[in-house]
Write a protein that binds this ligand. Structure first.
Ligand code: IDP
Ligand code: MG
Length: 139
């Protein structure tokens, strides 16, 4: 059975370019409801922890530097089969491979600076939601 929650971040590249509004609009128009949302900036320790699964990969240190380079918007989103539906909406990690009309095809600069995050499993959606949101920050 698939879950109804996914966790997204609008990454520093998109925030810098004033793309929060257009990206949230696409998420809402695709049927995702916002269940939690915050504008914040990750510390080095927080970014390292969020991306711990990628520790040791060649892009890890650069990714942490990028993700701490400015504020982000983190949001919990609800929709049926949320993880799969949201990964379809955002497109492939590398915007060169992202389907036309997807958020990454429209807004990403590069494979690293790719505008948005989306959880890759229901299990990680829960872990990532708990990373950002306490009980009183979910509605
Ligand atoms: P995902 O965000 O599509 O799930 P992951 O493989 O989980 O992709 O990688 C996490 C993030 O690390 C990507 O969104 C991107 O910002 C960065 N990244 C992934 N692969 C590369 C790469 O080959 N070069 C540079 N950055 C990368
Ligand atoms: Mg991932």
């Amino acid at each position: 059975m698939s879950g109804n929650i996914t966790l997204t971040m609008i990454k520093p590249d998109a925030v810098r370019k004033n793309q929060i509004g257009p990206i949230l609009k696409m998420m809402n128009e695709a049927g995702f409801r916002i269940r939690g949302m915050k504008y914040t900036r990750l510390s080095k320790e927080q970014a390292e922890a969020f991306y711990a699964v990628h520790r040791g990969k060649p892009f890890y240190e650069s990714l942490v530097e990028f993700m701490t380079s400015g504020p982000i918007v983190a949001a919990m989103l609800e929709k049926e089969d949320a993880v799969t539906a949201f990964r379809e909406l955002i497109g492939a990690t590398n915007p060169a491979n992202a389907a036309p009309g997807t958020i990454r095809a429209l807004f990403a600069e590069s494979v690293q600076n790719n505008a948005v995050h989306g959880s890759d499993s229901d299990e990680n959606a829960v872990i990532e939601s708990d990373f950002f949101f306490s009980k009183v920050e979910r509605f």
